[in-house]
Structures are given as C-alpha cells and as structure tokens.
Design a protein around this ligand. Structure first.
Ligand code: SF4
Length: 436
C-alpha cells in the first residue's frame, strides 16, 4: 500500500485582535512527529510570519504582529466597537503555496484553537476544498475537542474530538488504515520553517483543575521524552541558531527534577546562552530557591507567575493553585536569586463570573507592592468548564463567537470604563518600573 500524503494546516484566525506572542501550533507539530515515518507529510502554517513578501518585523525575541486584513464584522457582533480582522497570509500567497506542493494531498488535517475562531477555520476549509476537492479533510484541535458537534458543521469530513496523543494516534490509525503511534512523541522541529524562537514542551496537561480552564479537561498530565527534547534543543541551538525558547507547558515546575532541571543543567554544561520565556505562567506553589536559582543561571530573564487574584474568595471559588502567602514566599525567593521587579510579571484575571473589579485593583496593588508587575488577562468563557455555566447566566453564549474575551467583556455587564482604568494602572506600574 502506498504511503498516505497528508497536508497539515493551521488555519486563519478571525478576531478583533491577535498577536504572535510565542504562538505556534505545537499540537500539529506533535502530529507531524507521529506521522513522519508512516506518511508523506507537508506542513502549512497560515499564520507564518517570516515570509519576505509579508514584510513583517519581529521583536528581538522573535514575537510580533501577524499579517492581517480588516474584514466585515459578523452581523451578530455588530454592537462591539472594534474592527474585525482576518489574521494569516494573503489568500493569493496561500493559493500559490498550495499549488506549489510536490504532491496533491490525500488527506488534509486542519487544527483549531479557540472556540470563537471557528469562522476563520470554516473559511480555511472552504479554500482548501476549492484547491483540493478530492482530499478528505480532518479537523482536530481544541475547538474540535470542546465543541465536536459544532465543529462537524464547519465543512470537514471528519472531526477528531480529543487531544490525548495516544487517543489521537489510535483514531488516526483507524481512519488512515496505517499504524500510528504516539509513543515517545515530541513536537517535530525539522520541517517548520520558523526559527525566530522555538516553543518547547516537556509535558502535556495540568495537575490543577481551575474552574475557568479547559486544560485538565482536554488532557491528563503526561511527561514527554526529555532525552529527545534535549536532542531537539541541541539541534535548534546549534544548527538553526535559535536563542529564544518559550515553554508551552501548563505545569512546567511540577516534578521539575525529572524534566526542566535536566534540561537546564544540560544547557549550563554545554555553555549555551539561550533566553527562556514562560508565556503560560508558572505555578507559584512549586517554586523553590534551588529551582529559581538554576533558572536564573540558565537564561530565564523574565518570569511570569500565575496568581490570577490575591483575594481568598476568588481562590475558594475558582482555583486552588496558589494562596496569597505562597505568592509572597515565591516573591522572596525570586528576589533573593536576583530577579528584579521589571522582570517578574504576574497574571491577574479580569471579568471572571462573580469577580468584582475592585478586587482586581486590590490584586494589582498587592502584586506591585510585593515587587512584581501585574499583567491583566481578560477572561473568556470556555465550554465544559464550571465558570462557563456561571458566565452563561450573565449573557448569551449559544454561538461560540460570543465566547470571545472582547465580546464577553462588552456583554457581561461589567463597567468597561473601569476596565480601561485598570489597564491604565497596569501601564502606569510598568512605566514607573522602567524609569528606575
Ligand atoms: S493551573 Fe493553569 S493550566 Fe492548570 S488548570 Fe489552572 S489555569 Fe489551567
């Protein structure tokens, strides 16, 4: 039997705002790793930013704006006073890249992210169908797992409604008629064409169960093969010249001695000088002085912590991941090993159902007084979570477009001018520290 020819695609995003802050489709990269031996695989990230014809600039760490076009806002969002955009390469370039593929795909696997991005996904599937009418299209990813029935309406032939690699591998084996294994899989780095920074993933899933988060509902915690990751790291650093690395783990510090510690000791032993980023935020509870000290030595410049709120009430209702006292202890540890205020950012959730805005302001003050900078993160309701049920008491969430954090902000009944005031406080704190 001939090898199946499979095209992996990350689709367009349609939203009021999107930015490449260490945003790479690692799920597709894992899939690429699983399929490489059994199939001919091509990869197309429609959000790719480093194509010369796009003329996009990047910051020193490789992050930056996606290519974007302003498009008409969906009728059902016409009350939101923002411009609606499509993010991703121009269609002319997409057609050219599809037509230049070495072969016509038998299968096209399309990934998905947030539930409220489904219009960009449906648009992508329509374009792919037009170019390859005979290919069978399979839709997977976060949206497909959270809202499988809704995802089935977006034009794909099949929906893979789960994320755990073993389950995905067994679903694909059945669909493709070949044996696909997830054993020892890590993201594939060799065919991705983008090396301004590299995402790293040492484990999947999370060990907590916050009421607003989908992570533990999509994936159980699973460690990935650290020796393969270290070999990939060496290749990225030495062959591709990558210097900025972003961890995508939800539980990076959990049992750190089995993964992160090994990687960082390897980095020091090799004499590398990378810069590490933690866009997902670190678990405060697991942070120890040994760990923080090794992180500082190995190249963590900025630390991001997940606190979300300093209010006890918030932790009782929505999350058990960090108590206020644990935050203060973590701050002492970070300060002792040499992280200064401008290099410690602490996520602060805004507009979680039932949360008062004055409690957000108190949290920001608490974070700043403790020697860090608050970073506002705007809540969006995620189906399948307890907080989604609470949010649906406040506004209509029947269409996934309404899960968008901007839409929810305007419709949940919150005082938007107070939110703008909180944003000014956030910026003010940042500027005051930059002047020091
Ligand atoms: S700790 Fe973070 S990743 Fe884990 S469940 Fe809570 S919000 Fe999600």
């Amino acid at each position: 039997m001939s090898r199946p020819r499979i095209l992996l695609v990350y689709p367009y995003i349609e939203d009021f705002a999107a930015y490449d802050h260490f945003a790479k489709p690692l799920g597709l990269w894992m899939l690429m790793d699983m399929l490489h031996e059994k199939a001919d695989v091509a990869y197309l990230n429609i959000l790719q930013r480093n194509l010369p014809e796009l003329g996009l600039k990047s910051k020193a760490d490789g992050t930056g704006h996606f290519y974007e076009q302003v498009i008409p806002v969906p009728e059902s969002l016409s009350d939101i006073p923002r411009r609606w955009k499509r993010y991703g390469i121009p269609e002319s370039l997409l057609y050219r890249r599809l037509k230049n593929l070495a072969w016509k795909p038998d299968w096209i696997f399309v990934s998905s992210g947030m539930t409220y991005w489904y219009t960009g996904l449906a648009y992508t599937i329509r374009l792919l169908r037009e170019v390859f009418p005979e290919a069978r299209i399979v839709l997977g990813g976060i949206y497909a797992s959270l809202l499988a029935e809704h995802a089935a309406l977006q034009g794909a032939d099949y929906v893979i409604p789960f994320q755990q690699p073993r389950k995905v591998a067994s679903g694909l084996s059945e669909l493709l008629g070949i044996s696909v294994s997830a054993e020892g899989s890590i993201p594939c780095y060799t065919d991705v064409e983008e090396y301004a920074y590299a995402p790293l993933l040492l484990s999947l899933g999370c060990v907590f169960r916050c009421e607003y988060c989908a992570s533990p509902r999509l994936l159980s915690f699973e460690a990935l093969d650290i020796s393969r990751t270290i070999r990939a790291f060496d290749w990225l650093y030495e062959e591709k010249g990558v210097r900025h690395f972003a961890f995508y783990d939800d539980a990076l510090l959990f049992r750190w001695e089995k993964r992160l510690k090994i990687l960082l000791e390897h980095v020091l032993q090799k004499g590398y000088a990378p810069v590490f980023h933690t866009p997902n935020g670190l678990h405060i509870r697991f942070l120890t002085e040994d760990m923080a000290s090794l992180m500082k030595l190995a190249g963590f410049e900025d630390i991001r912590l997940s606190l979300e709120s300093s209010e006890e009430e918030f932790h009782l209702t929505h999350t058990q991941k960090a108590k206020r006292e644990e935050f203060f202890q973590a701050m002492e540890v970070l300060s002792r090993v040499g992280f200064s205020q401008r290099h410690i950012r602490v996520y602060t959730l805004v507009n979680v159902p039932g949360q008062s805005l004055s409690s957000v302001e108190k949290t920001m003050q608490c974070i700043f007084d403790a020697g860090a900078l608050p970073m506002l993160a705007y809540y969006s309701p995620i189906p399948g979570t307890p907080d989604f049920e609470r949010a649906s008491m406040l506004t209509d969430l029947s269409d996934p477009l309404f899960h968008n954090n901007t839409v929810y902000l305007y419709r949940s009944g919150i005082d938007v001018s107070y939110v703008q005031y909180l944003h000014q406080i956030e910026v003010g704190y940042r500027h005051s520290v930059e002047k020091m």
